[in-house]
Design a protein around this ligand. Structure first.
Ligand SMILES: [Mg+2]
Length: 376
């Protein structure tokens, strides 16, 4: 089998996220945007798909490298892409996911069964939108999530946002006192039996992280995620040594599995973290296995179709939770994107996500919508 073409289809859709000048984004009124999906076709009639994709980049560096190759040689192609100076880890990760989808569709099995089936469902935490309101708004939302069956809730408090002026801002300074007020309100609302986490998205200094960690320990939080900018390993090593609460990082450190191997070696966090933007399903699975061998958790960043498969192929002792969200009270998360037939993460009422059973990554494209909204 040979890859014969890689073609992107672009189409109009809508979003409620708006970029800010600080490089972050905020929630707002619905606006039009362009989405895409990519088809990886072969000479044997098998096609794999991946959501997203940019034709110009694919034409420039991916097609010259991959066309004519066997798409089932994912490991070889992963190393080729990793060694290519013009291909970054996000692009290679995205291609890798498309190749996994192709293999799954070819043999009519979900990717998690191909990786090594382990679970049909996985515990989820409700992951909030940042800057969602005042502490009482978070408390009310956490209670609603608890009523929906969630057993765990992760707070994104004030990120790239000044909670006192209610305006966007740069990543630093963070507002640790305001963040802890949110955490206190949530703990008070949901009681002691709900698992809680905080993700400040790198907005703190070392001293602020230490203070927040100690406050969270008093509130019985499970983990403190990505408290500081992740390009500096040493403050993470000190923080992990000082605090009892688990530090869950690095989420965004460049270098994929190789950087994270260094974090593990240095004891720079208690739990590791990655997503398919850092080397794809193949890269993430390598890290999951590394973490398993070292006896530490690897908590997957974000939800989405790709993560459902990584979680379906790993035990809860290595990858405990599925990040479900981002959630907010005024958005219906249970509705699929208009170009897809279903969401990737339906729940069972007891706080678990039911993993996909369809072939490949599992998404079914609404081709009628895509055709109607196609951008030429
Ligand atoms: Mg995070």
């Amino acid at each position: 089998m040979k890859l014969t073409d890689i073609q992107v289809t672009s189409f109009r859709t809508t979003t409620r996220t708006h970029p800010t000048k600080w490089g972050y984004y905020q929630w707002g009124p619905e606006r039009e945007t362009v989405s895409s999906l990519t088809a990886f076709t072969t000479d044997e009639g098998v096609t794999g798909y991946m959501l997203g994709g940019d034709q110009r980049t694919i034409d420039a560096v991916i097609k010259p490298l991959l066309l004519g190759e066997n798409p089932l040689d994912r490991e070889k192609l992963w190393h080729w892409m990793d060694q290519h100076p013009g291909i970054n880890e996000h692009l290679m990760g995205w291609v890798d996911c498309g190749l996994w989808d192709l293999y799954g569709r070819m043999v009519s099995l979900p990717v998690h069964k191909l990786l090594g089936g382990c679970r049909d469902k996985v515990k989820a935490y409700a992951s909030t939108w940042p800057n969602m309101g005042k502490p009482e708004d978070y408390a009310e939302h956490a209670l609603a999530c608890k009523a929906q069956g969630y057993t765990a809730y992760k707070v994104h408090a004030y990120i790239h946002w000044n909670p006192y002026t209610w305006e966007p801002g740069p990543q630093l300074p963070g507002y640790p006192e305001a963040d802890i007020e949110v955490c206190k309100a949530v703990r008070e609302a949901v009681g002691d039996d709900m698992v809680l986490m905080l993700d400040p998205f790198g907005v703190y200094t070392y001293e602020q992280s230490l203070w927040v960690g100690r406050e969270l320990e008093k509130l019985g939080f499970y983990w403190l995620e990505h408290p500081m900018i992740e390009t500096r390993i040493e403050p993470y090593r000190r923080l992990t040594r000082e605090l009892d609460i688990a530090i869950c990082s690095p989420e965004h450190a460049p270098g994929g599995i190789f950087t994270r191997a260094e974090w593990v070696l240095q004891g720079a966090s208690d739990m590791c973290r990655i997503d398919v933007g850092y080397g794809g399903i193949t890269g993430c699975y390598k890290l999951v296995m590394l973490c398993q061998a070292f006896g530490i958790q690897c908590e997957m960043h974000g939800g989405g179709w790709t993560n459902t498969h990584l979680l379906g192929a790993t035990p809860a002792s290595t990858c405990e939770y599925f990040e479900r969200g981002l959630l907010r009270p005024d958005a219906d998360y249970e509705l699929p994107a208009p170009y897809l037939k279903a969401i990737c993460d339906p729940m069972d009422g007891e706080g678990n996500v039911i993993l996909p059973t369809q072939p490949g990554l599992g998404f079914e494209i609404d081709w009628e919508y895509v055709e109607e909204h196609r951008v030429r």
